[in-house]
Design a protein around this ligand. Structure first.
Ligand code: 8Y4
Length: 285
């Protein structure tokens, strides 16, 4: 079993802000605030329903809640910044009292700034701070950042993913992004790495990355975040529709933890908490 990095507490630059204990695997619950998830049928998001969902995720065992207002599903269209702010900021404000770290799932510098002012304690960027202005915004925000690997862009990334060797290509990408972060003045101990399962990857690429997590830990000694929850790799592997992907998700999540993942990004929180508790009980010596 791979032991997570020894600097196992992630601290944001804010004095008094919550710290995240990564000496044991942590769960990040997904809170999508897109119109298809929390609307009255139109495009109006109900903050009360989103807040109750956030409370439920934490009650079920999430140490982090990932609030996202931009759909990053394959084929999804871009969301204008004003619309993303309108979705995300009221929800973050309404979740301020939660005993959890609020993560904002965004690639836009303006959203990063306002979300952190509103109470977000982490930035989850599927573009790894690659958008113009994002490095500077994240440096100013002073909170931990998850740098995720993606090949291509959401609209087209699943068309024809290609790598020489997916694990070493992802490693080279992280080297470049870590260097960019250093130049922007973001301390290395504020960074989390994520191989981006399903983001410009075939099933075989996803399996190779899950197998290759130990080499990411060995290369960078930074916490790893992994998101496999309900993804289409289970359609390809098992032929399962969205509603029947939980067993596959749990197995892949446990394998990710075995291979060094410190944080799992999941939709089904208590189910993962149970699986990890049994794992821990059997593994205790
Ligand atoms: C059904 C279920 C259909 C899930 C699509 C999806 C990751 C992430 C996403 C990830 C990090 C998703 C925002 C994709 N995945 N952030 N975000 N890591 N850090 N699709 O793997 O869940 S959204």
């Amino acid at each position: 079993m791979v032991v997570p990095p020894s600097n196992s507490k992630l601290e944001s630059a804010f004095p008094g802000a919550r710290t995240l204990d990564l000496s044991r695997p942590a769960l990040m619950g997904v809170l999508n605030v897109t119109p298809d998830s929390f609307s009255d049928g139109g495009q109006f998001i109900e903050p009360g329903a989103a807040r109750r969902q956030g409370e439920r995720l934490v009650a079920e065992g999430a140490a982090l809640v990932d609030v996202g207002g931009e759909s990053t599903r394959p084929g999804a269209e871009a969301v204008p910044v004003a619309e993303e702010l309108k979705r995300v900021i009221p929800v973050i404000q309404s979740l301020g009292a939660l005993d959890a770290i609020l993560s904002v799932d965004t690639s836009k510098p303006e959203v990063m700034r306002l979300a952190v002012q509103a109470g977000a304690g982490m930035i989850n960027d599927v573009c790894a701070l690659g958008q113009p202005g994002a490095l500077d915004a994240a440096a100013e925000c002073g909170v931990p950042v998850c740098l995720m690997h993606m090949q291509g862009e959401p609209r087209t990334m699943q068309a024809s993913p290609h790598y020489d060797d997916v694990v070493s290509d992802v490693c080279r990408f992280f080297e470049a992004r870590l260097e960019a972060c250093e130049r922007a003045g973001i301390p290395r101990d504020r960074l989390i790495l994520d191989p981006g399962i399903g983001f410009g990857k075939t099933l075989e690429h996803n399996l190779q990355l899950l197998r290759g997590l130990p080499s990411l830990t060995a290369a960078f000694e930074l916490p790893l975040l992994v998101g496999v929850s309900r993804k289409s790799m289970f359609q390809h592997l098992l032929g399962r529709e969205l509603e029947r992907r939980l067993p596959g998700t749990l197995a892949a999540g446990l394998m990710a933890v075995r291979n060094g993942a410190a944080i799992l990004r999941v939709h089904d929180v208590w189910e993962h908490a149970d699986a990890l508790a049994v794992w821990g009980a059997v593994g205790a010596s």
